[in-house]
Each structure stands twice: as C-alpha cells, then as structure tokens.
Design a protein around this ligand. Structure first.
Ligand code: APR
Length: 180
C-alpha cells in the first residue's frame, strides 16, 4: 500500500504525498521561524499561497508578543488558502539531539493539535516540521511526531483528521516507515 492511515480512538492520522498549500482542511500548520516571517521552505510557500493577509496577520500577532520559543504554536487567518486558519508552529533547530530537541518537536505537534481543538476544528494538515532547513533527521522526527500526535489525539474534543503532507519522496518514505 502506498499510503498509510493510523486510527487513534475516534480520529485518523493519514500520511500522504503532496503540496500542503493545496490542502482543503480547517487548519494548515506552518513550520515557522520565531518571528513569523515569510522565510523559505514550506513557510515561504504558505505565505505566498496565503497572500498578504497571512503575512499581515503574522505581523499583528508579533506586535503583541515575544518571539516564539521552540514548541510554541499560534494561529492566524489563512488568506487565499483553502483553510480557515494557519497554525504557525516553531520546531527546534537540530543541534545533535541532546539539547531538548525531541521534547520541543513533540510540543510543536501537541500544541498545534491542542490549539486546533480549542478553535473547534476537525481537520488539520502538517508538514514535516524541522526536517528541512532546521536539519532534524527524518526518521527520529517522524517517530517523535507520530507518538506526540497519537497521545494528543486521545484527548481531543473536535479534531478528527490529521493529514501529514510530505512534499519530497524521501520524507514520504521515512514517514511511511515510521507509521508502519
Ligand atoms: N508542502 C509540504 N511540505 C513542504 C512544502 C510544501 N509546499 N515545501 C517544503 N516542504 C517540506 C520540506 O521538503 C521539508 O521536508 O517541509 C519540510 C520542512 O522543511 P522547512 O520548510 O525547511 O522547515 P523547517 O526545517 O522546520 O525549518 C524552518 O525554515 O522556511 C524557514 O521560516 C522557516 O526559518 C524557518 C525554517
């Protein structure tokens, strides 16, 4: 089988190949930077596809708070995306794995799910947080993320579908292997 679904209680985690900016879900998660700037990678793609409304709402949020610390997540409007919200989650920069990165990565997923649940959302799409520019090795990242997502989904009220949207074949294969 060339995709994977994991059932968790009343919810499902789907591992799929694709471009997250094309997802039709309640919330698209962005792998952001501490100050919610457009940046590159999936972040640049989400800001481009969402348009000025997303970038401006990020500026509004940042005018009222300190930079994000790794593991935090905040919501903005989704502009031109086929979603109601963008949830901007900050993953850790990989520094060898002994400086709290696993816990921070797990928090980024857990806090995004909890925020979506507080907003009353049902479906949410994630990219592979931290495994691009931030350098987190793929297999451990996928394993940590899946464990954090399963635990968070045991407690959700409204979130029912989590879509992990992998852009490149290596990421997709690593997540499939982790799921199996
Ligand atoms: N859809 C889904 N995934 C995508 C897309 C897309 N359109 N574009 C890129 N990706 C994938 C990358 O292939 C990678 O597997 O997203 C994953 C995360 O990579 P990055 O975007 O580099 O995110 P991260 O490692 O968390 O680094 C965050 O990068 O863009 C900047 O502002 C961001 O400074 C922050 C840093």
């Amino acid at each position: 089988m060339n995709s994977e679904e994991i059932l968790v209680g009343h919810s499902v985690i789907k591992i799929i190949r694709g471009d997250i900016t094309q997802e039709r879900v309640d919330a698209i998660v962005n792998a952001t930077n501490p100050s919610l700037r457009p940046g590159g990678g999936v972040c640049g793609a989400i800001h481009r596809a969402g348009g000025q409304a997303v970038t401006q709402d990020c500026r509004r949020v940042m005018a009222e708070r300190q930079p994000l610390v790794p593991g935090e997540a905040v919501a903005t409007v989704a502009g031109d995306l086929k979603a109601r919200y963008v949830i901007h989650a900050l993953g850790p920069v990989w520094k060898g794995g002994k400086q709290g990165e696993p816990e921070e990565l797990a928090s980024a997923y857990r806090n995004s799910i909890e925020l979506a649940d507080r907003l009353g959302l049902s479906s949410i799409a994630f990219p592979s947080i931290s495994t691009g520019i931030y350098g987190y090795p793929l297999m451990p990242a996928a394993n940590i993320a899946l464990r954090a997502l399963r635990a968070a989904l045991e407690r959700t009220r409204t979130v029912r579908e989590v879509r992990i949207v992998l852009y490149d074949p290596d990421s997709y294969e690593a997540w499939l292997a982790a799921a199996r």
